[in-house]
Design a protein around this ligand. Structure first.
Ligand code: C5P
Length: 220
C-alpha cells in the first residue's frame, strides 16, 4: 500500500528546461516541458511527502498541496537553488534538462544583425547532479535521469558512478511516446546491482514506479 508511505520525507525535485540568455530577448533552450518532474512532485505529495520543485521555464506548473514551486530560468539559478535546499532534503530527484553550456556573456542590448555570420562561444555550466552527489550524506538518496540515444545502460551506469547517484532513470528518446513533451514514458531503473525495465505508461504511473525505489521510512 503506497498511501502516505512518504510521510515525513522532504523531496528536492528539479524539472523542466533551462534558458541560457544571449541578450535581453534571446536564449538557448531545449524541449523539456517539466511534465515528468511535475508528475513526480504530485505523486510524492499524494504519498505524504513535502516537495520542493525547482522548475525551469515552462508553461506547466502545479498547485498540488505539499508542493512548493521554485521557479528558475538559468542553470546557474537552478544550481544555486538546489544546493541551498539539498541539506534539508531526505531525497533528491533530478529530472531537469539542464543546459550543459551557456553563452560566454549576455549582451546588455539586443544583438544587431550584420552582413556577416555570427560565432557564439559557449562555456560549461555547473553540474547540479554531480555537486549534490558530492555533498550527499549517507542518509540521503539521490536519483538522476539519463536520456541516451546509444549504449544506454553502460552510459547510465557511468553517470551513476561519476555523479554519485543511487539510482538512474534511463529513458530513450527513440521510443515513440516516451520522454520530452509526451504524457507517457518508458523507463529502465538502473542501480549498481540491477536493471529493471518497465512498460510504456502514463508519467504519473512512471512517477510511482520511481518513488517505490526510495528507501523505506525507518520504523521508530
Ligand atoms: O550528464 P547528463 O546531462 O546526461 O546527466 C543527466 C542527469 O544529470 C540528469 O539527472 C540531469 O538533471 C542532471 N544534470 C544536472 N546538471 C547539469 C547536467 C545534468 O543536474 N548541468
Amino acid at each position: 500500500n503506497r498511501r502516505q508511505d512518504l510521510a515525513g520525507r522532504r523531496l528536492l525535485i528539479t524539472a523542466g528546461p533551462t534558458h541560457e540568455d544571449l541578450d535581453p530577448v534571446r536564449y538557448l533552450g531545449n524541449r523539456s516541458t517539466g511534465k515528468m518532474g511535475i508528475a513526480l512532485a504530485e505523486a510524492a505529495a499524494a504519498r505524504g511527502a513535502t516537495v520542493d520543485l525547482i522548475l525551469g521555464p515552462t508553461h506547466l506548473s502545479t498547485s498540488a498541496p505539499g508542493v512548493t514551486v521554485i521557479p528558475v530560468r538559468t542553470a546557474r539559478e537552478m544550481h544555486e537553488s538546489a544546493l541551498d535546499r539539498w541539506p534539508m532534503a531526505t531525497d533528491g530527484i533530478l529530472c531537469a534538462a539542464v543546459a550543459d553550456y551557456r553563452p560566454e556573456s549576455v549582451a546588455p542590448e539586443k544583438i544587431k544583425k550584420t552582413e556577416g555570420d555570427f560565432a557564439l562561444t559557449l562555456i560549461r555550466n555547473p553540474d547540479i547532479a554531480a555537486d549534490l552527489g558530492r555533498d550527499k550524506r549517507p542518509d540521503q538518496f539521490l536519483v538522476g535521469f539519463a536520456l541516451e540515444t546509444e549504449n544506454g545502460i553502460e552510459n547510465a551506469r557511468g553517470k551513476l558512478e561519476r555523479k554519485g547517484l543511487d539510482l538512474i532513470v534511463l529513458n530513450s528518446p527513440r521510443v515513440p511516446g516516451a520522454a520530452f513533451g509526451h504524457d507517457t514514458n518508458q523507463i529502465q531503473l538502473i542501480d549498481r546491482n540491477k536493471v529493471t525495465s518497465f512498460e510504456l505508461k502514463a508519467k504519473r504511473e512512471v512517477a510511482d514506479d520511481i518513488l517505490d525505489r526510495l528507501p523505506p521510512n525507518r520504523t521508530p
